[in-house]
Unconditional design. Sequence first.
Lengths: 122, 694, 170
Amino acid sequence: MPRKILTVDDSRTMRDMVSYTLKGAGFEVLEAEDGLKALGILANHRVDLIITDINMPNMDGVTLVKRVRAGGPHVSTPILILTTESGDDRKASGKAAGATGWIVKPFAPEKLLSVVNKVCPA
Amino acid sequence: MSTPTFGSDELAQFRRTFFEECTELLADLEERLGALVVSSSDVESLNAIFRAVHSVKAGAGAFGYTVLVGFAHRFEALLDRLRDGKAELDERTLVSLVAAADVFSALVDLARQGEVPADDFGADVAEELAILLGSETAPRPAARSPGSAAEELPASKEKTYRIIFRPNAELFRRANEPLYLLRELKTLGALAVDCDLSRLPSFETFNADDSYLGWTMTLRSDCSPDAIAEVFEFVDNECVLTIAEADATEAKPDEAAPAIAASSKPTIVAPSSPSESKPAESKSAGKTGSISSIRVDLYRVDRLVNMVGELVIAQAMLAQQFIESRDHDDPAANQGFEHLAGLTRELQECVMAIRMQPVKSVFSRMPRLVRDVGHKTGKDVRLEMAGEQTEVDKTVIEELADPLTHMIRNAVDHGIEDAEVRLAAGKPAEGVIRLSAQHAGSNILIHVEDDGAGLDRDRLLAKATEKGIVSANVKLSGEEIDELIFAPGFSTAAAVTDVSGRGVGMDVVRRNVQALGGRVQVTSTAGKGTRFTLVIPLTLAVLDGMVVAVGWEKYILPLTSIVESFRPGRGQIRVIPGGGEVVSIRGEFVRLIHLARVFGVSEAVTDPCEGLVVLIELANGSKLGVVVDELIGQQQVVIKSLQDNYDPVPGISGATILGNGRVALIVDIEELTRLYDRNVRIADATTRPMAANA
Amino acid sequence: MAESQDLPSIGPNSGPDIAAALTRQFISFRVGDDEFAIDIMAVREIKGWTETTVLPNQQDYMLGVLNLRGTIVPIFDLRCRFGLGLTTATRSHVVIIVAISGRLLGLLVDAVSDILTVNAADIRPVPDVDQPIDNAFLAGIIPVGDGMVVLLSLENLFANHGPANTAVAA
């Protein structure tokens, strides 16, 4: 069974890029455009990894991480946050909320895959 | 900064998506920015603006638009401080935000066009942002990309490292897995692992969620210490980690190699690692993703619209052939044809609905415009909007932007009076402009209303006379004078202002709206204000039409303009001096226009009492009786452009293909009077002086 | 069309490819007693005459529009365009559909005669003589056997039909 990844980003461009890269590497990808929608998907799907943006409407990434870590089937699912290079403090807040690691935007496809494999190897 | 290495096709596709998204984000940004008020703390709007800038920045980074990224960074930083309450939204800041949005949007446009902005592009605005940000948030040097150091360092000879890794108890809570790290470390070189079990508690106090193990490792590798640190990047703050270069003699690689097997030791604790749990997997069975929308290339939608258009025509042609065939009274076949017609119609409606979008995307630009123009003219103006969610065809939306911008600008510049004048007239100093949209049948109705002084009819008339648009001795009604602002070459600006004096008048607005198959009318009350009404078809692709016969030709009249049709009695028709004809209907006298004469069709009915009069209401509310031979029937027609292959034909707004495969022309009813005056009246009465508007 | 006019210079080793590039193909047709030709690259299709839908208040030679598989195509009477009177079109008349500057239009002619393959060097300039047809329409003369075929410049023929409309209506 292919590993299943949920990518959460309000930017279609980013979702497309993440999704395209992951699908090309054989992952199954689910997409959500904000934290709230992500929780909805997580309620119905078991995923192996969550990749989330931080700045999103309705529910931001940090809150999403906190909610996922608060309990439920994904309490110990790896979560990667997408952050810009300037976002050191965001890395920290994401990490504090319970994120497993981060990916710096913009990312090369290879870098994304290597980070994904780091926290969630086949 | 890492550069994406997607294929060029994918990159082009992502880029398209990115710019599509930019358009949406910038529209949202404009709208939110327009709603900001000085010294308010509208955190929600600031958040939304921040997100828009941030999203564009992220995408721009992916495509290497570095100038855009750099500007976005400052813009974002200021927004960040504002939303955190660390900076105050004063007048100066607001003006800067607006200016920044302009530069930002221009940079996106340049990127879209594949142009590289000049080095000093928007430098003044960037400078102002930097000043507002103060020195503490001066652009920091780009953070070193992790791992890049390792790649940049020249390959050095093999070294031996001693690594001590002792995770904190809560390591698993963030789904970090030491086993993965050890495996990753193994990819760097020869690894010997020694597991430290000293912290393992007694079984009674063992907590499966906690991490108790520690590792001491020996790695023989030619990598840099940074590369090793990178492996532990995500757990940096959740462990005790030491990486030290060991004395070369201390390392015993021959022993280290078999010791790799020791790395299997941590698997002892693996069952306690929740990431390995499987039981919940069955829950997801059967359910699919909750994706509720997809994005489709506009080209594909257009093709679909065209194909369905062709299908509608083919269906109509087939139906007509059937009616003319011998089997036309076969009930089963008749039923089949009716069903087919119904399905085709429904299919067409569904396809048209795909292209529908809320007018919000255009409306959202207006608050900003009102503020800008208000600022320039020194007027205090509030914009009220309603019906932003009203949907209309995407192409119509695009074409709405110019006319609306022009009318709103006019309303602020000319409609709303200066504050002193308003106060003197007993009005509040702040002017109000209302922009609203609603559906009305197959049209969208857009009102642009101001509570200003209303049109100055004396000045309009004087100006029109001076410009030779009307002759001095012609008597015009108040409404006719108001209509003059749409006359070609007529500019309402008393003085050429920075805002409106660009040689573009309301005639352009009317032309634009007419090109959309719509109409625009104005009503005005002195001292109370002016109201423009735009009536525009929801779609440019189909039209509800009435097919009429004139001689051998068939024409389509837009159904929405038709009030009724009737065959007048002799007593209803009056010939008026000057050669015109009127028909009297319910006490109202309506001017008659023979379509055959306007279009030069021979062998048509010349006596209205033998043909039919189609009563039409024009955009300005006046009525017109169009004389035709007979009505053929009502039909939804697919609009085809004549101008793809030919020039505009006065009086004809487009064409369609009828069931018999022949082309029928769609009549531009707004042009009829003008054409009639030009082509017919002049020819009829060559001895009379020319009409004023010839 | 444009590419066929950019003739390559003849080098010392001109092979068959270059020779082919130097020949151009034309469709020749008849209007009255005269033979005309147009560049074959401009021709999209040839069809029999069918009734058009007349556009109001146009020049005489503008015969109206046809439905060409969903596209509305204007049709022009070449005879009339040359000032030689309207053609009484029948089913035996032919409409040549051509593409000029991105637009499609149809030319009503009496009959299509031939496809001519002509050495570009054999196309002669138009002599400056008095004739009913405006010189601007003529791009050259192609000698065929004893006679000649007049090569038409489609761009010049229909470059100005737009403004002409308004002149008539005003």
